[in-house]
Design a protein around this ligand. Structure first.
Ligand code: ATP
Length: 560
């Protein structure tokens, strides 16, 4: 995906939206952080009182009670922290589930037209950012709120010792906030760029793995290393500029820490010498200062995590916010009856390329079988793709049963359409899943019959686990005709009102081909559109539409 401008406020709002999905848990974690902070800060007060008692030489029951209370405070503090951890663990699990389900629900609904220039398996790598986000959640929900609360409460507590601490604290907080606010946008932008290069490296490594044979058997070149080297250099450059922003922010926080330590100690010592505070108060103030410094350190260390979490949400949103297909409202009733098709002066181009189809006009009666012919690149498959409703950027009209294809509800249209396109593939799952795609109405008899017709039976019988055999991604290790048969059976087995088939029979023996065509015509009333340059197919079809190399209709021949 492209290097887009990232806005700090917009990204923070996005992150906030994700956290707010678990607002109850988040609120509980914050309350626990606040309580833990209060308990933590009450300890110096207890210690201060104990010291006062000791200095006054009054060892009494009060001291024992006070010590008891301080120890109890430490225990309560631990208890609150455990509770926080439990909440955070729940939130982490929910995040994982949420993104897993959202990705799997959204992927098939994405607008292919908009993502046409992307390689989806690579874009899906962004899913791993859900794990980075999980890791950041601890810091975002526990450490950071706790650190901020402790700094604020600590400064407030110090102000009780002397008002000068209030002014001092406020000035310092304002300076640090301003520095972070104005350097963060650039920090985010560089972090985003570094993340883009990280994914580019991963994508390239995946690409080497995907085309492993090409790289393995091409001797004497180091293309794979050179490209990796370039991408890694880009990553390092953006990571270095990201780190320089982080360093600026680290230094501002470190300066804050140094100034506050020095100032509080000097002011504290002065007030002690001046007898405005006593030794107990001085020691208690020091404990508070140490707690504040500890919290500031937490802020410094976790700044990186905040950026990572924001970038994770941005990256994850490349799928969760990607445009989905627009859908109409109309439902095409599911019945065993074909649909009529009409193309009226349709012109279509992929993106900004030159038109693939020019002024195409033809009509097809319901239940007809039609071949779309033309040499490679003439636009045969594009005609089928337009009928799936996935591409909408055309001029002219495409009608199904006299209604524009875009008016149909997308999932309803898909339920009524059987699609075999060259870009479809075998996926990792059982042979049965690959054939039925989870459609529980398909019977074993139907599938067996189709295996017999296509010649797949022998392959199925050779498998010890039959239809339960696990298929590898992309149908790896399968013979090409087996792979194509599985895809053909998948397309033909469920009854649909429209069949869009790209070169479905090219791999079949002549006898299997004619048996398959007879099966389809006998078992279904579907309208069947076949994109193929097969010269022998026309004899089986009601109509043959031939496209020219320019993507125009060259001829339309109806069966005599
Ligand atoms: N997603 C796409 N983005 C850009 N151009 C594309 C895309 N798909 C196809 N094309 C181009 O559109 C033209 C028509 O492609 P199409 O696949 O429809 O032709 P075809 O006649 O079916 O070819 P074949 O018989 O080789 O499958 C070709 O020049 C092809 O390169």
């Amino acid at each position: 995906m492209a290097d887009k401008p990232v806005s700090l406020v917009r990204s923070l709002l996005k992150l906030n939206r994700i956290l707010m999905l678990e607002r109850k848990d988040f609120a509980a974690a914050c309350v626990f952080a606040l309580l833990a902070g209060l308990v933590q800060l009450s300890l110096p007060l207890g210690i201060q009182s104990i010291i006062s008692f000791v200095l006054a030489g009054t060892i009494s029951t009060s001291i024992i009670v006070l010590i008891g209370m301080v120890v109890f405070g430490v225990f309560i503090n631990g208890l609150l922290q455990v509770r926080q951890l439990q909440i955070i663990e729940k939130v982490k699990q929910k995040l994982f589930v949420r993104y897993s389900l959202e990705y799997s629900d959204r992927l098939p609904k994405l607008n292919i037209e908009k993502l046409d220039h992307e390689y989806l398996p690579e874009v899906v790598n962004r899913y791993f950012d859900s794990v980075s986000l999980q890791k950041g959640i601890d810091k975002l929900m526990i450490d950071l709120p706790a650190a901020v609360i402790q700094v604020v409460l600590g400064l407030l507590l110090l102000s009780f010792y002397h008002p000068v601490f209030i002014v001092f604290g406020l000035v310092l907080i304002t300076i640090v906030f301003t520095i972070i606010r104005f350097t963060s946008t650039q920090g985010l932008q560089t972090a985003y760029r570094a993340s883009n290069f990280k994914y580019a490296v991963a994508a390239w490594l995946q690409e080497i793995a995907r085309s492993i044979k090409s790289f393995k058997y091409t001797k004497g070149t180091s293309l794979h290393m050179n490209k990796t080297d370039n991408l890694v250099s880009d990553y390092l450059a953006s990571r270095t500029s990201y780190f320089s922003i982080l360093l600026t922010q680290f230094w501002s926080l470190i300066s804050f820490k140094i100034i506050i330590t020095a100032a509080m100690l000097i002011i504290g010592a002065y007030l002690l010498v001046d007898q405005q505070i006593n030794v107990g108060q001085f020691i208690a103030a020091d404990i508070v200062i140490i707690a504040i410094i500890g919290s500031i350190e937490k802020l410094i260390i976790n700044l990186d995590t905040v950026y990572d979490s924001i970038i994770s949400v941005e990256k994850l949103s490349e799928i969760t916010e990607a445009e989905t297909e627009q859908s109409g409202q109309l439902e095409l009733p599911v019945k065993n009856e074909g649909v009529s098709i009409a193309f009226d002066q349709v012109t279509f181009a992929y993106g900004n390329n030159k038109p693939v189809l020019k002024n195409i006009t033809f009509s097809i009666g319901a239940g007809n079988m039609v071949q779309i012919k033309g040499i490679s690149g003439s636009g045969k498959s594009t005609v089928l793709r337009l009928l799936t409703g996935a591409f909408k950027n055309y001029t002219g009209n495409i009608l199904l049963n006299k209604v524009p294809v875009g008016n149909y509800e997308v999932s309803n249209l898909r339920r009524n359409t059987s699609i075999l396109l060259g870009s479809q593939d075998i996926f990792q799952g059982s042979l049965w899943e690959n054939i039925t795609m989870g459609n529980g109405t398909i019977s074993i008899q139907q599938v067996n019959e189709l295996c017999e017709i296509t010649g797949l039976t022998q392959f199925v019988k050779s498998l010890p686990q039959g239809y339960d055999t696990h298929m590898l991604p992309v149908g790896n290790k399968l013979a090409e005709n087996v792979r194509r048969n599985i895809l053909l059976i998948r397309a033909v087995v469920a009854e649909h009102r429209l069949m869009l088939l790209e070169d479905p029979f090219a791999h079949l023996l002549p006898e299997n081909k004619s048996n398959m065509i007879s099966y389809i015509r006998k078992n279904t009333e579907s309208t069947i559109l076949i994109a193929s340059h097969d010269e022998t197919l026309g004899q089986y079809c009601d109509q043959v539409i031939e496209l020219s190399t320019e993507g125009e209709v060259l001829s339309i021949k109806n069966k005599a």
